[in-house]
Design a protein around this ligand. Structure first.
Ligand SMILES: Cc1ncc(COP(=O)(O)O)c(C=O)c1O
Length: 387
């Protein structure tokens, strides 16, 4: 199989890192913060050390906290539910994934917040000056994805961060498509909260991720339960991370995150991104030259992650995906990619696009095979329509 669906989840995973994590996990035998015996205390200390490493990896400012989550969706729910108050106004965008759109819609329906969605321009970018037009006196935070999972466009986070900071509005970033691929420095980019997932560019297992929050934000807990501390208190403890973490942690996942992060210093992220964008450019140029193929995203490789979407005139995207899979053994994602409003704006709703997303293991041969396959599909489609 030629795997071009890395934006859904990375494949293959970072196997050496996961093997090291598994070995450590099997030797662990204690739950952090749950017990006064040596092993439990050591495990707790180890988890605290991993939190500090994650804060350093993302350049979080002093006083920040890592709250582990099951994935980016879980982290984003914790964020949005933690912000919800009847008088609060949040701003987000039409580029977002359902992991932001659905919590916003549910909570608004319960009368607990107001929000607006900013549209993107023809190239797939949110323009800071457009965003400013939507701000209201009660706007508390902006939630935006760093890179779109449909178009791959990378948003001008640092510019937005400084604009919002000067207005006392928190910039909250969904880094699902960028963590591990684009070096992020929360302090320098004025990011108040960052949600990430472990199973995409970090190469880790599914079921992992975290929300990083800086002192700029106060979040209410939205789930309640055991934390191993302050057990007499029948309410969720106020200090982070216990405020936002309930129940026994995914210790294998936490160890795996640490092992994966260690293999991705900034230079390695930059090297990978450069290589993957080089291949994305080859794909972009070849697909754009095919008659009847419309490519979305990837117009500017300096502001792009290695993925692009396209449609084929006269064919539904799911049918193109089925032929790529069945006849060519190429795995891509078709449809709305859980980001329905992007497609509404692009005019690709309800059938969506064919999304090719590259990863560190994608080769030039893989990309050439995808180009050949698309050429054959398009040629066959055109012949069928002219008969
Ligand atoms: C932009 C974006 N946000 C959020 C998510 C959700 O990530 P997870 O499945 O890890 O919750 C995804 C996953 O596809 C995504 O692409």
């Amino acid at each position: 199989m030629i795997y071009l669906d890395n934006a859904a989840t990375s494949y293959p995973k970072n196997e050496p890192a996961l093997r090291r994590a598994l070995e450590r996990y099997l030797a662990l035998g204690a739950s952090p913060g749950r017990g006064g015996y040596d092993r439990a205390v050591e495990t707790e200390e180890m988890v605290e050390k991993i939190r500090r490493k994650i804060l350093r990896f993302f350049g979080a400012p002093p006083g920040s906290h890592v709250c582990f989550s099951a994935n980016a969706t879980d982290a984003l729910n914790t964020l949005i539910q933690g912000l919800a108050e009847p008088e609060i106004h949040l701003l987000s965008t039409r580029l977002e994934h359902n992991s932001v759109l659905r919590p916003l819609h549910h909570i608004k329906r319960n009368g607990l917040l107001e929000f607006d969605l900013v549209d993107f321009n023809l190239q797939g970018f949110i323009e800071p000056k457009t965003m400013l037009q939507y701000l209201r006196p009660g706007t508390r935070a902006v939630i935006i994805n760093h890179a779109s999972n449909v178009l791959g466009t990378v948003q001008p986070i640092a510019a937005l961060g400084s604009l919002l900071r000067s207005r006392n509005i928190a910039l909250c970033v969904d880094a699902s498509q960028s963590a591990g691929l684009i070096p992020i420095h929360m302090e320098q980019e004025n990011i108040a909260a960052l949600a990430f997932t472990g199973h995409k560019s970090l190469g880790g297992p599914t079921g992992t991720g975290a929300l990083i929050i800086t002192p700029e934000l106060e979040l209410k807990p939205s789930r309640y339960g055991g934390t191993g501390v302050d057990s007499l208190n029948l309410y969720q403890p106020a200090p982070y991370p216990a405020r936002l973490e309930a129940g026994t942690q995914n210790m294998f996942g936490i160890l795996a995150l640490e092992e994966c992060l260690q293999t991705l210093p900034h230079q390695e992220q930059e090297r990978r991104l450069k290589k993957e964008l080089h291949l994305t450019k080859l794909l972009y140029e070849a697909l754009s030259a095919l008659p009847g193929v419309n490519v979305y995203g990837a117009h500017d490789m300096n502001r792009q992650v290695p993925l692009l979407s396209c449609t084929v005139d006269g064919m539904q995207s799911s049918d193109v995906g089925a032929v790529l899979d069945g006849d060519f053994d190429i795995a891509v994602r078709t449809g709305l990619q859980c980001a329905p409003l992007v497609h509404e704006t692009l005019g690709t709703s309800p059938y969506g696009t064919i999304r090719f997303s590259l990863g560190p293991h994608t080769t030039q041969q893989d990309v050439e095979a995808a180009i050949r396959a698309m050429r054959e599909i398009v040629t066959a489609c055109r012949q069928e329509h002219t008969v």
